[in-house]
Ligand binder design. Sequence first.
Ligand code: G6P
Length: 371
Amino acid sequence: SAAEKGGFDWFMLKEIDEQPQAVADTLLGRYAADGSLQLDEMRLSDDELRDIDKVIIIACGTAFYAGLVAKYAIEHWTRVPCEVELASEFRYRDPIVDRSTLVVAISQSGETMDTLMAIRHARTQRANVLAICNTNGSTIPRESDAVIYTHAGPEIAVASTKGFLSQVVACYLLGLYLAQVRGAKFGDEITAIMHELESLPAAIRRVLDDGEQVRELARELVDKRSVLFLGRHAGYPVALEGALKLKELAYIHAEGFAAGELKHGPIALIEDDLPVFVIVPPRGRDQLNEKVISNVQEIRARGARTIVLAEDGDEHVVPYADHLIRLPRVPTLMQPLVATVPLQLFACELADRLGHDVDQPRNLAKSVTVE
Ligand code: G6P
């Protein structure tokens, strides 16, 4: 009913709007006054975590993309190698897993069969299994050695939104925790990153407040049959997620690419008026901002219609952007948490305009409990 949807047309829109709260609630109570991180549901001892020599994240769908984002942060903060793998691929390739492996299973529902089978396999190999899950008492956390719950509240729309953002946040908490127990990061650094995380709900609210521009764009592009997404570094999984949302909801061809790969193939796809979303990394010391802006230039010169997501104050890209979506200025690792939001809104609005059921897309299930 309309009341259940809190005045929104779709549960998905309501859940997109709840993201500032979902992020805030996932962070709540994790950070003690003495500057240490508290993860209450962590049943693995600090000694066990110090012995970990590898992290393998397994998940499906949108949760897999949350894992891809997390890899950038976990390796950067902990210096522990981190792989991310589709749950459905993991156990069939005889992965190298042992008692010093931390397997992290990300699942909103906690019931996805592929993910469950993957953790069962990991446990037979003596791995430590930690679940990141949004559903209390569901199967995956029950079969894991430890769990970090995302506190996003129930997610009803089939396509995951607040689930995704809160999964990224929970993975970041895990990364900081690992860094803390392993002595790779200390009080001040962790405090600074926690402050960055704590400033996200306001930044996400800002993006939501600017949503009308994105909805207008969806109305303009409603007859397009193909859309591309480009991103780099932590923006690359955002591109993949933006494309997945469009496939799931609007049933149109959409693909995400790593911007650096453009010249190795995808540039051949560029043709007149093809919409291409580009997530531009924040300006920094690593030159990625400049490199991605030159990608925007290249595709526009070949006729693409460029839809650019760039931080406030980034003026370099303005001449090459047919549409410019502004993002609040946040550090590189935090950008996925703001940049994903306009892509969710875009897919939602486009699907609605096409007359599709946004909350229950054809052929999909909220939780896939068969292999
Ligand atoms: C299904 C849903 C997706 C979701 C995936 C993983 O395919 O349609 O939206 O991302 O399952 O679900 P999980 O509950 O394990 O996060």
